[in-house]
Design a protein around this ligand. Structure first.
Ligand SMILES: [Ca+2]
Ligand SMILES: [Ca+2]
Length: 487
């Protein structure tokens, strides 16, 4: 506009009167245009600008609010970061404790192995000793059998000896009878000899009478002849008696020889008996020695048994200690896994919150915001696995219900009696329910009598109850039904 006026002025300089008129006209036109511009400004521009200003104030407040939320979330994230750091430090301490425990366990294992070797050596020694003992026992039994046989032979010999003694006694009695008869015969012979002496004396007396009675010699000669015949008879009797005596002497000599033989046999038998007695004594001594050896072996066996029992106890104690350490190790590993899972979950939450912070904490359309998550309930019906795949294709996963407020919120999104899959399953270990992010299920909202694993139900659903906070049920994973995603 200023440029046009300057150009008009420049053209009108050649015609000053027309110029003044035109200037006035133009001034009027400018004033009119100014008024119109003012009206247009106030009516068309100023009002929308004020409206924009108010809208700007509102956006500023929203931005401030978002900044405040951002700072709160940053503080929360810092707090979670510090918790994560402390958990990492605890995890390192647990790792150090675990390594110490592993070292202790290795030392105990080494001690246990050496004790086991010693025990095996002792067992080997015990086995060899037991074999030796069995051999000695077998030898002892053989010796015992031999002794029994010798004893039987000894008894047989003793019986033979007794029979021989009995025979000897009978022979001795016969011999004594014969001796008595011989003595009687000897006494008879002595008597006869005495009679013969008396007769001899009488003959001498008669001879004296003959010499003195010469006169009567003829008579006496006949008497003498008679006496002489008598003498011859006596001589015959004497001779026969002498023969009998000689026979008796021969019998006596034979009996004496027989007695000598019997005495020799008796002495032999006595010697054999003494020999058997000495053998029996030596066997008795050997038996006593064997019994002493057996007692010693029994004592050694008992001592070995005691040592074996104490070793067995020590082994059992070591085994129980080892088992305790193993259980503690498993417990520590479980705790470590839980801590790692919690750490991973915290990391996921941090990542999720970071993403949401970056996205300005807004949920997409058809998603509903609650707390720090966005939720989407499908209108399609799918199996549990297909539902999960669908959620993952949207950058989400099946919903995790880890608080009462979330249970109430999700139940509120459902229609009456609607069943909807949530991220709950016990397909890995029957009866051990886990969330899809690997965290264990702490607080549960199962229906009465559920989970019942009827026909192998391994997937969890939330069931809406009008006026209540909803409940869970386990259902067959291939059932097609709606599902709820969370991201
Ligand atoms: Ca199940
Ligand atoms: Ca069920």
């Amino acid at each position: 506009m200023e440029g046009l006026i300057t150009s008009e002025d420049f053209q009108r300089r050649k015609q000053p009167s027309r110029c003044a008129t035109l200037c006035l006209g133009l001034l009027c036109a400018v004033l009119l245009a100014g008024n119109m511009g003012q009206i247009i400004y106030y009516e068309i521009i100023a009002r929308p600008v004020m409206a924009n200003s108010m809208q700007e104030n509102g956006l500023t407040q929203e931005k401030d609010q978002l900044q405040t939320d951002n700072s709160i979330l940053t503080t929360e994230r810092n707090r979670l970061q510090s918790n994560y750091d402390s958990l990492t430090a605890e995890e390192k301490e647990l790792e150090a404790t675990l390594s110490n425990l592993t070292k202790d366990r290795d030392q105990l294992q080494t001690s246990y192995d050496s004790l086991d070797k010693e025990r095996e050596q002792l067992l080997t020694s015990k086995t060899s000793l037991t074999i030796e003992r069995d051999e000695i026992k077998a030898s002892f039994n053989n010796l015992k059998n031999e002794r029994d046989q010798i004893q039987a032979s000894y008894n047989t010999l003793k019986q033979s000896s007794d029979q021989l003694n009995t025979s000897y006694d009978a022979i001795q009695r016969n011999h004594e009878d014969l001796q008595t008869k011989h003595d009687n015969l000897t006494s008879n012979k002595d008597q006869l000899e005495t009679n013969y002496s008396i007769l001899q004396k009488e003959k001498d007396a008669l001879r004296t009478s003959l010499s003195t009675l010469t006169a009567n010699r003829d008579n006496l000669q006949s008497n003498f002849s008679l006496l002489n015949r008598n003498m011859d008879q006596l001589q015959t009797s004497y001779n026969s008696l002498a023969k009998e005596r000689e026979q008796l002497l021969t019998s006596k000599a034979a009996l004496t020889a027989e007695r000598g033989q019997l005495k020799a046999s008796f002495n032999n038998l006595k010697n054999e008996r003494d020999q058997l007695q000495s053998n029996y004594s030596s066997l008795e001594m050997e038996k006593d020695q064997l019994e002493r050896n057996y007692s010693t072996l029994s004592v050694r066996s008992t001592l070995l048994q005691i040592s074996y029992n104490s070793l067995w106890k020590d082994k059992n104690q070591l085994q129980s200690g080892y088992n305790t350490l193993q259980r503690e190790k498993v417990q520590l590993q479980t705790n470590y896994s839980i801590l790692a899972t919690g750490r991973d979950q915290l990391q996921k939450n941090i990542d999720k919150m970071t993403l949401k912070l970056r996205a300005g904490m807004r949920c997409q359309s058809s998603w509903t915001k609650f707390d720090t998550s966005c939720y989407f309930i499908s209108s399609l019906k799918k199996s549990w696995a297909e539902s999960r795949r669908y959620c993952m294709s949207l950058g989400a996963d099946l919903a995790i219900i880890d608080s009462r407020s979330k249970q109430i919120f999700i139940s509120g999104l459902l229609k009456p009696n609607q069943n909807t899959w949530i991220g709950l399953t016990d397909s890995q270990t029957e009866g051990t329910w886990m969330w899809v992010d690997g965290t264990p299920v702490n607080t549960t909202y199962w229906q009465r009598g559920q989970p019942n694993n009827s026909l192998n139900q391994d997937c969890g659903e939330i069931v809406h109850k009008f006026g209540e906070m909803g409940e869970w049920n386990d259902d067959g994973c291939f059932a097609g039904q709606t599902f709820i995603c969370e991201k």
